[in-house]
Design a protein. Structure first.
Length: 326
């Protein structure tokens, strides 16, 4: 369907036969709400993913080791992987898992996930920690004061593991990255809390320039893109898309299975998404929106092909469309 035809179809009203509205023209606002609700429901899906399980296990081992060595120099771990590999979702799963154990004092924060902001300064790190913990005025004070406030908050809220997300942003200012690494190493040396670093490839330069920090870390955790030609990766991918397909029906987003785990279709999806789970989900969500907009029972192959054109190629994630390759 051409872009002009799509726009015309979206602008016109359609007739639906559900919820007792048989024969009544659907308003554009009603269709927009249906699509929005479908998107929101899709984004709420959380599926188990073995690579994330490995991250959760590594984080838990680090946390428990820290509990058994309080006051001593603490360790750390790093996960370097592409954007969209599931690092942050895995960390959030771990945080929820620890909090659900109900083994902590009321009001404590056993796991803190602090996201490094884009400024790439040493001052931004303690401010990010304070912000993640919900401390009022997280940027108030000079850098030494911010660090003391962060140390105090981590101890006061009995934090057992500090996760630094988007640590790759520390590489944006090479002159500052070593100072940032040194400051975080000092947190571990003081015995305050063990730390995990989640980052993309850019962060490798930070660790190379900071051997003292790298030397305190456990063996890295990996979360590489899935390769269809590797049997284990292929099984992981098939399991993930099968889970998504099932959730779309179980949650009432679609009425029928879309066959996303059929091997020929799944292979194209893996290629189109570069084996990256975030890209995969965005392609499926884009295709889902088109199907729901038409009030179809399932996602069609053409929906997926259009989604690769409209999302993957438009966002420069891939230069061609595997669904349209001859």
């Amino acid at each position: 369907m051409s872009e002009v035809s799509q726009m015309a179809e979206q602008m016109n009203t359609s007739v639906r036969a559900d919820n007792g509205k048989e024969g009544r023209a659907e308003r554009p606002s009603e269709r927009s709400r249906r699509v929005a609700e479908a998107r929101a429901s899709f984004r709420a899906i959380r599926l188990p993913y073995p690579r994330q399980d490995e991250l959760v296990a590594a984080l838990d081992e680090l946390r428990l080791t820290g509990q058994l060595s309080k006051g001593q120099t603490q360790g750390g771990v790093r996960l370097i992987a592409n954007t969209g590999s599931g690092k942050t979702v895995g960390a959030e799963r771990f945080k929820a898992y620890v909090e659900a154990a109900d083994e902590h004092a009321p009001g404590s924060q056993p796991v803190v996930i602090a996201t490094v902001d884009g400024s790439g300064t040493t001052r931004s790190i303690p401010a990010s920690i304070l912000k993640a913990m919900g401390v009022p005025r997280p940027e108030h004070g000079a850098e030494p004061v911010l660090w003391m406030r962060a140390f105090d908050a981590l101890e006061r809220y009995e934090t057992q593991l500090l996760i630094i997300d988007e640590f790759n942003r520390a590489a944006r200012r090479p002159t500052m990255s070593s100072a940032i690494a040194t400051a975080l190493r000092d947190v571990m040396d003081r015995g305050i809390v063990p730390m995990a670093f989640l980052a993309t490839e850019e962060a490798r330069d930070v660790f190379k320039r900071s051997p003292d920090l790298a030397g305190r870390l456990d063996a890295p955790v990996t979360m590489d893109p899935l390769d269809w030609l590797v049997e284990e990766d292929r099984e992981l991918f098939l399991g993930f898309v099968s889970g998504l397909d099932g959730e779309l029906v179980d949650r009432g987003i679609l009425r029928l299975s879309s066959g996303l785990a059929e091997e020929a279709l799944a292979r194209l999806l893996c290629e189109a998404s570069n084996g990256n789970l975030r890209q995969l989900c965005r392609v499926i969500e884009t295709a889902l929106a088109a199907a729901v907009r038409r009030d179809d029972a399932a996602i069609g192959r053409e929906d997926l092909a259009d989604a690769v054109d409209d999302w993957s190629i438009a966002n420069h994630c891939i230069a061609y469309n595997p669904f349209r390759a001859k």
